[in-house]
Design a protein around this ligand. Structure first.
Ligand SMILES: NC(=O)c1ccc[n+]([C@@H]2O[C@H](COP(=O)([O-])OP(=O)(O)OC[C@H]3O[C@@H](n4cnc5c(N)ncnc54)[C@H](O)[C@@H]3O)[C@@H](O)[C@H]2O)c1
Length: 322
């Protein structure tokens, strides 16, 4: 049995709890949140001990894994503390508030010999896994370019208060959603970013809610993204342009593709994902994390989380943000 603790009992913690509940070899031993009400509610739901201090929790519990679901500004302090206590860490994205913060987490984990995972989850979504397989198969020719368009209200009505406070979140839409965009582009293309440029608008405080970006990848693929957070219309689409066709993804909804004839065919949709349990990317991600505690091999490492933050810092630098 693997003893796990959840630190931070907010929105994402609840979806991790649902995933862990499907695993017979995992026990949620403890949960922690500064907010005692939220903490006790979650503890009662999962039958765990409740703590309002993770320091106290780590003194009292014998844990193999801490799942850190705090706002980004508190990731570093908490991860370093867990590492110091010899507890393996799954850390939500974005990894920290800047690259220096991320490096100090990696160093603490190395110094204490604990495993570190970062919650970049794009490789667990059904559409992205199929897209990567199609690209690798060459069925639609060679991948030339990727474009992501995500329009929404940012912050949304249910967003946490800290989302637009840069000292807590690390940045605006390009930091929070952009971390997913970069992960998706790297995963589907199987490549790394060598050039990153962007233009951002600060229409709300010091956190941008519009970001238009251009990326050049090591394998020659070009990628662009439009993250527009002051829209009344919600849209989330990824298009892959290939020499022999096109693949279109609507995350968590569908993936379609066409060849030279331009006629799009369904590859898979949300019903297929539901039928194959694939909809639950949280399950697949945490299953890999739990299994890796035995193998010692993390699929999404601290170094990967750092690389994404470095890419975002390059994007900010090109846009003139200090
Ligand atoms: N992978 C994804 O798709 C995804 C989705 C949502 C959020 N996230 C990430 O998960 C993290 C948490 O986001 P959220 O939306 O769940 O936030 P949230 O605000 O809903 O929850 C954070 C919780 O942490 C608690 N907290 C803050 N400081 C604390 C401390 N020192 N000790 C104990 N508890 C403390 C707060 O009381 C709150 O309940 C962020 O890094 C966010 O970017 C990832």
């Amino acid at each position: 049995m693997t003893n796990v603790a959840i630190i931070g009992c907010g929105k994402i913690a609840n979806s991790h709890v649902q995933a862990l509940a499907q695993m017979e070899d995992v026990r949620i031993a403890a949960v922690c949140d500064l907010n005692e009400v939220k903490c006790r509610q979650l503890a009662k739901k999962v039958g765990a001990e409740a703590y309002t201090s993770y320091e106290e929790m780590l003194e009292s519990e014998r844990l193999q894994l801490a799942i850190i679901c705090l706002p980004p500004a508190f990731h570093g302090e908490c991860a370093r503390y867990c590492a110091g206590k010899g507890v393996n860490i799954f850390l939500e994205k974005p990894m920290g508030v800047d690259a220096a913060d991320c490096r100090s987490i990696i160093d603490a984990c190395k110094a204490n010999g604990v495993m570190l995972w970062v919650g970049h989850m794009q490789r667990y979504s059904m559409e992205n896994r199929i897209a990567r397989e199609l690209v690798e198969s060459g069925e639609y020719g060679r991948l030339l370019a990727i474009n992501e368009v995500r329009t929404c209200g940012y912050p949304g009505p249910n967003s946490p208060e800290w989302l637009m406070k840069r000292e807590i979140s690390g940045g605006g839409i390009m930091y929070n959603f952009g971390a997913h965009t970069l992960d998706m582009i790297k995963y589907i293309s199987g490549s790394r970013v060598v050039l990153a440029e962007s233009s951002v608008n600060f229409s709300s405080g010091d956190s941008e809610n519009v970001a238009i970006g251009f990326l050049k990848l090591e394998n020659g693929v070009s990628a662009t993204f439009n993250l527009v957070g002051s829209c009344s219309v919600n849209r989330y689409e990824i298009v892959l342009y290939l020499t022999e066709g096109e693949i279109r993804i609507k995350p968590r909804r569908s993936i379609v593709a066409c060849g030279r004839d331009g006629v799009f065919q369904k590859i898979a949709d949300a019903e297929d994902a539901e039928a194959s349990r694939d909809k639950n990317w949280q399950y697949l991600q945490l299953r890999d994390v739990i299994d890796s505690l035995k193998t010692g091999e993390a699929k999404v490492t601290g170094e990967y989380g750092l690389e994404i933050i470095e890419n975002i810092e390059s994007l900010y630098a090109s846009a003139g943000r200090k």
